[in-house]
Design a protein around this ligand. Structure first.
Ligand SMILES: [Zn+2]
Ligand SMILES: [Zn+2]
Length: 297
């Protein structure tokens, strides 16, 4: 119960403090929307990437039983199997992140504000009641887009472009963005940007920045390799939290969704996952119970 309360507090504080912080520093007039958009979006991406990965990094480094009890897979962490291989993979993962980041920047510079009518002014900064339905809309669009593009990348003809991401059989947070350029554009960027582009003038640039934070944090958490009881995702019904995506990496079978389990359930691509859960006498409820999982191990 205590962890659930902590999860609720941290979740809501993100939607209270981050908008307040952004509002405080929001410029009176955005002179150059083109550069403001490119720099602020990438800055948000990088800040969330560093803070979240550094937090998980400390937890991995501590290797403390308190945290390790929430580890999803029985298999060892990548650094515990082959140190040399791990160093190589770690370096490749960071280099890959910068390559994809530069491609994202170049793409934004090329297409820049083409067709973008987001609001940038201080006067119309959104309140939480404007933002919540817009986040839900962006999440639903992203989820549909990610499910299908991800499923597409698992077709034998296209899997070569996705294989890199699956080098991580036991996922860690930095593995989230470890992907080929094609996968990054098709599966990560495209489903993410469609929602805001549909909303267009209804969307304030500040909402866009907070949406980046949500998307980056969600994917880093989904790849963390842990289900912490103080993280909100496992408590949201029908949400595809880290255990769901961890199965995708460990079994390379189904569970293609990013935010929700709906599409996988509807198209039967999570059947094996649920069968395994039932076989392990673990239940199919979406609420994670590490105690039950421990008994099963
Ligand atoms: Zn995959
Ligand atoms: Zn993944």
């Amino acid at each position: 119960m205590l962890y659930f309360i902590i999860a609720i507090i941290t979740f809501t504080s993100y939607f209270i403090f981050v908008p307040e912080l952004l509002k405080h520093y929001w410029p009176e007039h955005v002179e150059n929307k083109y550069w403001f958009q490119i720099i602020s979006m990438q800055a948000m991406h990088i800040i969330v990437y560093i803070i979240v990965n550094a937090s998980y990094g400390v937890i991995y480094y501590l290797n403390h039983p308190f945290f390790e009890q929430y580890k999803i897979e029985k298999k060892p962490w990548p650094w515990q199997t082959d140190k040399q291989e791990w160093n190589k993979l770690k370096n490749e993962t960071f280099i890959n992140f910068f390559i994809n980041l530069i491609i994202g920047i170049l793409l934004a510079m090329t297409f820049g504000l083409t067709g973008v009518k987001y609001r940038f002014d201080r006067q119309s900064l959104p309140n939480i009641w404007e933002m919540i339905p817009q986040f839900l809309f962006c999440i639903l669009i992203e989820d549909i887009g990610f499910y299908w593009t991800h499923r597409l990348l698992h077709l034998p003809a296209l899997y070569k472009y996705h294989k890199q991401h699956h080098q991580y059989i036991v996922t860690i947070s930095i593995s989230a963005e470890y992907s080929t350029v094609l996968e990054y554009l098709l599966s990560n960027l495209l489903p993410f940007i469609i929602g805001p582009r549909i909303l267009n003038e209804k969307l304030h640039m500040m909402t866009m920045l907070i949406w980046i934070g949500i998307r980056v944090y969600k994917t880093l958490s989904a790849h963390s390799g842990y289900v912490f009881p103080w993280e909100i995702f496992q408590y949201i019904p029908f949400l595809a939290f880290s255990e769901f995506h961890s199965y995708h990496h460990s079994h390379n079978n189904g569970n293609f969704g990013s935010f929700f389990i709906f599409w996988d359930y509807l198209f039967g691509t999570s059947n094996n996952y649920y069968e395994k859960k039932l076989k392990d006498n673990y239940g199919i409820l979406n609420i994670y119970n590490p105690q039950k999982k421990k008994q099963m191990i």
